[in-house]
Design a protein around this ligand. Structure first.
Ligand code: HEC
Ligand code: HEC
Length: 220
């Protein structure tokens, strides 16, 4: 095995004030999905600064540029209803909804942040479905699930979401599976509509959950 030359240590960072050094570190990490895990502690150590759009650079590390996630386990936030977004941030902040990556960040958010981020992400352009050929049998199975459980009655005919009900169209498929499983198992209870999602998901089978996630993630 070839030995690699030892790179000289960067010393310039030491001259920067603490806040600026942290910011520089974030910027370095932003494009690297693999370093997501280091983010939560970094954020927990530093308060958010700047306006909603500037602060959203922090969110983009996981939720993607423009709120469109490129990471299967992380939801897109773009074009989610403002009210839904605000509720979820409050649920994470209070501990009613838990996630090792998201919870420490939510704990940093003030009420003003919650409102500003809700408004900001709600106005962004929605994600697009992934490219590639559709599986017609999974799409048909998905349509059946949508009808059986009347998903559109709360999430809207185009699944763009409404009020407390999330946008589902073109959401990350893996994330949709996880969200439905979390409602089914009781790991996630939801905010409003008196636990509407828990009672819906409780009755869903594994293959119904998969068909729903496939259909919705490919819905424009
Ligand atoms: C370290 C990665 C990471 C960062 C940075 C991050 N999030 Fe998240 N966020 C997540 C994950 C993962 C989830 C999904 C949790 C789950 O599976 O329940 C999530 C979920 C959410 C949700 C709920 C979305 C939905 O569809 O239910 C909101 C709202 C949210 N994040 C807002 C933000 C905001 C605002 C920021 C920036 C201040 C941010 N996040 C930064 C990882 C992150
Ligand atoms: C009675 C109204 C209602 C019906 C019917 C309903 N939902 Fe929901 N759904 C909601 C509400 C309200 C939320 C937000 C819950 C919360 O506060 O976490 C939600 C959240 C979700 C989420 C989480 C989204 C995210 O970004 O985390 C998924 C996935 C979901 N619904 C899928 C479905 C599917 C699939 C169906 C049909 C099988 C369905 N819903 C039927 C009201 C409903």
């Amino acid at each position: 095995m070839a030995t690699r030359p030892i790179r000289p240590r960067r010393t310039d960072g030491a001259k920067l004030p603490r806040r600026a050094r942290l910011k520089a570190t974030w910027l370095l990490f932003i494009p690297l999905a693999a370093t997501i895990a280091v983010f939560a502690p970094a954020l927990a150590a530093a308060p958010l600064a700047g306006g909603a759009a500037a602060k959203a650079a922090v969110c983009a590390a996981c939720h993607g540029a423009g709120g469109v996630s490129q990471t299967p386990s992380v939801p897109s936030l773009a074009a989610e209803p403002d009210q839904y977004l605000e509720w979820q941030m409050v649920l994470f902040r209070s501990g009613a909804r838990e996630n090792p990556l998201m919870s420490p960040i939510a704990q940093q958010l003030s009420d003003d942040d919650v409102q500003a981020f809700g408004k900001y992400f709600a106005t962004l352009k929605p994600p697009k479905p992934p490219p590639g050929k559709l599986d017609p049998s999974q799409m048909a199975a998905g349509v059946q699930v949508m009808q059986k459980y009347r998903c559109a009655s709360c999430h809207g005919d185009d699944f763009a979401g409404e009020g407390e009900a999330a946008r589902l169209a073109s959401q990350q498929e893996n994330y949709l599976v996880k969200a439905l499983q979390d409602f089914k198992s009781g790991a996630r209870r939801g905010a409003g509509a008196a636990g509407a999602m828990s009672s819906v998901a409780f009755g869903m089978t594994k293959s119904e959950i998969e068909a729903a996630a496939y259909y919705l993630s490919h819905h424009p």
